[in-house]
Design a binder for this molecule. Structure first.
Ligand SMILES: NC(=O)c1ccc[n+]([C@@H]2O[C@H](COP(=O)([O-])OP(=O)(O)OC[C@H]3O[C@@H](n4cnc5c(N)ncnc54)[C@H](OP(=O)(O)O)[C@@H]3O)[C@@H](O)[C@H]2O)c1
Length: 271
């Protein structure tokens, strides 16, 4: 843990929309940082209330901070960097969550050598996200520790040591929640085709995905593969279904193609 985490720490958040607000709520719930400044042109009521309750400065005066977290849309990088500049000093670490914006893109816009590029995902909104993160070579251990704590406030953090892997992280965990929602939709549709009323099939599918996810969460030492084996009796109903999913053109092949397509697209978007 670094000195910058705790009452003496200071952070500026640039952009408090969906993801920025989720981060802010994570920091607030953990009392992580003493001084928090927020820049947001159209503050929602929820943001205004949180800032008022916690004494966070909203669109106020700027001074160099330990960290600047950039959470504007990728197309707003330039204006976001302009808003961030007055909060950046020689020791500031910039944490960018902008999809598709490389360390080099961020560095070209701001006077900060210490930059962390992070890719969170939407369950961050309930503190259950997972973030892939990469730090520029100029980022020191304390700066990386601060970035880690800021990102960890909304879920797990996985550090990678090759920036190009961010595209694959995006394809697995960044876009991943949508794959799981789609799985629930497909399971519900198949249930309706198997004769269930559509609403009942949807409830069964949804509760199954929720419950299976929670079961996995509560057994962190047990692999998904082992959990699957435990509920698959030889010759039983689950085995019959898994034989279909396991076919050469089955789920594994589909996931490979889906992740490859997302990774390719992430590469195209970051130019
Ligand atoms: N949502 C996700 O699942 C997810 C996952 C990984 C990464 N990300 C990244 O997270 C970033 C934010 O996404 P989001 O969904 O939270 O977007 P969002 O809801 O649109 O939030 C961005 C906020 O930044 C504000 N903003 C724009 N220009 C600004 C400036 N110059 N200074 C200060 N604030 C400014 C925007 O205000 P206006 O609306 O007035 O423009 C908006 O409130 C994106 O770069 C995205 O790639 C998102």
């Amino acid at each position: 843990m670094t000195d910058a985490v705790g009452p003496s720490g200071s952070v500026a958040l640039i952009g408090a929309g969906n993801m920025g607000l989720a981060l802010l709520e994570g920091w607030a719930s953990q009392n992580l940082i003493g001084t928090v400044s927020v820049v947001e042109p159209q503050p929602s009521q929820r943001l205004q209330n949180l800032c008022a309750e916690r004494g966070y400065e909203l669109n106020g005066a700027a001074a160099p901070r330990d960290a600047v977290v950039l959470a504007v849309k990728p197309q707003a990088l330039e204006s976001g960097a302009g808003a961030a500049a007055p909060f950046i000093g020689p020791a500031t670490v910039v944490v960018s969550i902008l999809a598709g914006k490389r360390i080099a893109d961020i560095a070209a816009q701001m006077p900060a050598p210490a930059i962390v590029r992070a890719m969170p995902n939407t369950p961050a909104a309930i503190g259950r996200g997972v973030t892939g993160a990469f730090s520029s070579p100029a980022t020191n251990a304390a700066q990386r520790g601060l970035a880690d704590a800021l990102l960890r406030a909304v879920g797990a953090v996985e550090w990678i040591d090759d920036e190009s892997l961010i595209d694959a992280v995006t394809a697995v965990s960044g876009s991943g929640p949508a794959y799981v929602f789609y799985f629930a939709e497909c399971l519900a549709a198949a249930g309706a085709e198997a004769g269930l009323p559509a609403a009942l099939a949807a409830r069964l599918a949804r509760a199954t995905v929720e419950g299976a996810g929670e079961l996995m969460r509560r057994q962190p030492e047990t692999s998904p593969d082992e959990l699957r084996r435990r509920v698959t009796s030889p010759g039983g109903t689950t085995a019959a279904a898994l034989k279909v999913l396991d076919a050469p053109d089955g789920l594994a092949a589909l996931m490979r193609r889906a992740v490859a397509a997302a990774k390719r697209r992430a590469g195209e978007l970051s130019g």
